[in-house]
Design a protein. Structure first.
Lengths: 281, 106
């Protein structure tokens, strides 16, 4: 069965059908991410005073990823414009760039996730907290929740858990601007610490289960990353095997490129809000 | 969006896309720098960052997604979306008085 209006516009809408379809899909996506942003707002506003984390994410890395996604957005639109200008070679070049940039984005995101999974907070029996990245883990957890063995972390000890929440404020205490303090003090006081299992009351890494901030961080960025992967697969298909259509039906192919591009720009648009909300504020 | 294929028409588009690209890069850098400026209250920092983000979102949606010159059908779909999105955020704001502040413990 022939799918109608894949090239030419349908008279009543003035659009080819796939374009109406992708916009209806994006409308549902707005509500999906809107619900998660709403959840973020409620969690943040409902958090006890001074217990919403600040400065937990690496701003330079997040900024780099933002620039990667913005660059992929322009290569996507350039790929579509190249099709419109009947320049298939340029289309291939721009879409190859888009796929590579998408892979770069996912790679950087994976690095950030890994950083959180090897970062531990340990509540000690003396009431203090040890916090840092695991260097050596020789801990054994018994059924009753007690630990034996030892762990070596690269980090620091603090008196109260609250000191671990606002890293911006913590690094600003030393004087100078916040940016200078953060740059200079990202690992201020960090050293290799050996923590005995018998001293540990409880511990967890900074995975989604750590607190509501990491839960919403992983949910939002994880869903976004799935969109990036999905979009990259579609764009990769249009660049590779799907590009055969250019020879048989270039107009329909160009429309496909436009529809995939609209999705990709939406993914970029979501990140434009995710980045400041999660990394900077 | 126009369906013209003339090179002149698209070279004009290319220039526009590049301008938007540079504006987005600039906006990102400004967002990061502004987050380090102590405006006195965190709410002001949040407002500034979201204002810049809205500007960047307008550029992406308006020019990369061609919403500045789309068909009425698309605007209709987006009007419904905007209505329900605004409703969702209004409901979120509405719940602010309902937090059990006294019962929240760590």
């Amino acid at each position: 069965m022939e799918i109608p209006y894949t090239r030419e516009a349908r008279p009543d809408t003035g659009l080819y059908n796939a374009k109406v379809g992708i916009w209806l899909f994006l409308a549902s996506e707005v509500m999906l991410f809107g619900a998660l942003f709403s959840t973020y707002i409620l969690l943040r506003v409902g958090a006890p005073p001074n217990l919403w984390p600040h400065g937990w994410l690496n701003v330079p890395v997040g900024t780099a990823n933002t620039l990667v996604l913005i660059t992929s957005s322009i290569t996507t639109v350039m790929a579509w414009a190249s099709c419109k200008m009947n320049n298939f070679g340029k289309f291939k070049f721009y879409h190859a760039c888009t796929v590579l940039l998408a892979c770069t984005f996912v790679g950087i995101k994976s690095y950030e996730y890994h950083d959180k999974f090897v970062h531990y907070e340990m509540e000690l029996k003396d009431g203090k907290f040890a916090d840092g990245h695991m260097v050596e883990n020789k801990l054994v957890r018994a059924d009753d929740g007690t630990y034996s063995g030892y762990a070596v972390i690269k980090g620091h000890k603090v008196e109260k858990r609250e000191e671990l929440y606002d890293l911006h404020a913590r690094h600003s205490k030393g004087g100078g601007t916040e940016a200078q303090s953060e740059a200079a003090g990202a690992h201020e006081g960090h050293q290799e610490l050996r923590v005995e299992g018998s001293d540990i009351k409880a511990m967890s890494n900074y995975g989604p289960w750590h607190n509501t901030y990491t839960a919403i961080y992983f949910t939002l960025t994880g869903l976004h990353a799935l969109h990036v992967i999905g979009g990259a697969l579609v764009i990769g298909f249009l660049w590779g095997p799907g590009a055969k259509m250019w020879k048989t039906d270039p107009e329909r192919f160009t429309n496909r490129v436009e529809v995939s591009g609209l999705f990709w720009h939406f993914v970029d648009l979501v990140w434009i809000f995710l980045f400041p909300v999660l990394y900077l504020l | 969006m126009s369906d013209q294929h003339s090179p002149d028409h698209f070279s004009h588009h290319f220039r526009r896309y590049l301008f938007v690209f540079y504006a987005l890069l600039f906006g990102t850098i400004v967002t990061v720098l502004a987050s380090y400026i102590p405006f006195g209250h965190r709410a002001v920092n949040i407002g500034v960052a979201l204002f810049i983000a809205c500007g960047k979102a307008f550029l992406v949606a308006g020019y990369f997604m061609h919403l500045v010159s789309e068909k009425k059908m698309i605007y209709g779909i987006l009007a419904f979306t905007a209505f329900f999105f605004a409703g969702l955020m209004a409901l979120t704001l509405w719940t602010f008085g309902d937090f059990p502040w006294k019962t929240v413990t760590h």
